[in-house]
Design a protein around this ligand. Sequence first.
Ligand code: PLP
Length: 453
Amino acid sequence: PLLDPSEGLRVYADDRAHLFHSWAAQGAVSPIPVAGAQGRHFWDYDGKRYLDFSSQFINTNIGHGHPKVVAAIKEQADRICMIASTFANDKRGEAARLIAGLAPGDLNRVLFTNGGAEANEHAVRMARVHTGRTKVMAAYRSYHGGTSTAIGLTGDPRRWDNDAAGNSGSGVVHFFGPYLYRSHFHATTEAEESARALAHLEQTIIFEGPRTIAAIILESIVGTAGVLIPPPGYLAGVRALCDKYGIVYIADEVMSGFGRAGAWFAVDHWSVTPDLITFAKGVNSGYVPLGGVIISDEIHETFRDRVYQGGLTYSGHPLACAAAVATISAMQEEGMIDNAARLGEEVIGPRLREIAAAHPSVGEVRGTGVFWAIELVRDPETREMLVPYAGVGAQNAPVNEVVAACKQAGLWPVYNFNRIHVVPPCNTTDDEALHGLAILDEALKIADSYVTT
Ligand code: PLP
């Protein structure tokens, strides 16, 4: 389609005059007006195209404008846009059946929400009622969402100002999860890291008082805070501790689920069955807002005769559920989970390891599927971060410059502190992945120039 740059200026003007942006100082916001998006690309009104290595908010797992999903949304809109969750609806039921079918073990019921934060709110609420306990344990280096309970669970600096303002939910105890590259436990092998992280978790449980702890919530693979893949045995160990102390295990799969990790759920990699799984994002590739909690038979039983005091006007919205059914079908028909796994193993992983070997600023690359992080350091020996944790202003210049160079060259990456994340859609082609990685390779020369040894 013909693009009109002056239309882009109008879009920008409306945004700056009237939109309040999330997670931003309003005076510093300068969004690119986007004219269109298709597949793994989007473009502005000047016709500049970007290869999407972000999947937007790591949620468009099937890329932009997938024809089967778009058609399903249109068809649903023609039939019925909204019917309250008190009624049975075909797409709502089918989406729940498909999601429960993909989930491990006896996680057979789904409460739908509009997104991930609400899913975590409800998972915690269920766990508290189910156990009659209030405390929830969550990891430092985590993100669980922006609402009160979810931001309180979150273990990253986005919680700090909310704590200070009294916005964070109470009753949360934080602990350190495994992270071998920056081990809190002086570990040098994955086995040591796993065992010591579990010992630390158990000690924290014992000192907090096991009978006060309702739930442990964990991202199965930590997303925004670093694409931290748990070492073998860790999640099984968490499951065992939850069983030992009667604690509900909530797996937050909002980012790691629906193909991101090269599996339907990241827990599948370790054959672990949590009590509750929260999901959102990739479930329908974000085409219509949707999230939810997948619930074990045991927790469902708690609410068989007892009213569950929670709900939403838009729980199981037909447009969102129709999009979920079509997304899951498209992923199955087009082998997208396998493609994500193969891409990670055969293309992204090997190429990132080459990049790591060639650039002194790359301390570590890690990931699986289409879920990767490049960790940048100022000094490969000491592992000093290229920009500090929660860095501000000029401290962030090295990573900002790398990201700016990527964007200039037509690649849209994700970054967080000293890391660049490679999180393209599950149906990215090998050529697209290699093209984006070549741009990254070139841009990382900027990071190398900051290396001090
Ligand atoms: N949990 C995880 C692991 C996430 O990555 C996110 C969002 O990035 C959320 C929860 C919150 O989801 P939402 O933004 O849909 O509320």
